[in-house]
Write a protein that binds this ligand. Structure first.
Ligand code: FES
Length: 165
């Protein structure tokens, strides 16, 4: 069993918070299921299994259907994510401009793999396809902020900032 699975099983969800999301914010309307899932993910930075089970029971949608949606959309995560998210574009233009070097550098510096979260839960590193800014490749998106013509120095400044927090 991996560490992530252990975390998934141990996470405690706040059922009052879930009630607020499901019933107060969206009136328990199953049509709003995706928005409820987005709100849950916003609060936990991923979709904890107990929260999805509760959502399923409360709005009367089978859990398998909820998991189908959760795995269909790349923006949903079933694994805990770090406090900060770094997305390195590895689309063609960015790859040709050396974005893979930034991926390697982050992995080395944080002892992690692409698509994973660092052990201290501070950082999740994702590789993404074209983010639509090829003219300023390579592009990195860190905590939803775009960094055009990024390089290892750009990444290091961001990572140094995290360590100083
Ligand atoms: S390939 Fe990176 S922005 Fe298009």
């Amino acid at each position: 069993m991996s560490g992530t699975e252990v975390i998934c099983q141990e996470i405690e969800v706040d059922y009052m918070l879930l009630d607020r999301i499901i019933n107060d914010d969206f009136g328990g309307n199953r049509e709003a299921m995706i928005m409820m899932m987005q709100a849950i993910q916003h609060n936990y930075r991923f979709l904890p299994e107990p929260a999805l089970k509760y959502l399923s029971q409360t709005i009367g949608v089978p859990l398998t259907k909820i998991y189908e949606v959760a795995t269909f959309y790349a923006s949903f995560s079933l694994e805990p994510k770090g406090k900060h998210i770094v997305q390195v574009c590895t689309g063609t233009a960015c790859h040709l401009k050396g974005s893979y070097r930034m991926v390697e550098h982050i992995c080395e510096r944080k002892g992690m793999e692409p698509g994973k979260t660092s052990e201290d839960m501070l950082l999740t590193l994702e590789t993404v396809n074209c983010v639509g800014a090829c003219a300023v490749a390579p592009v990195v998106v860190m905590d939803e902020k775009y960094y055009p013509k990024a390089d290892i120095k750009t990444v290091n400044e961001f990572l140094d900032g995290l360590n100083a927090q």
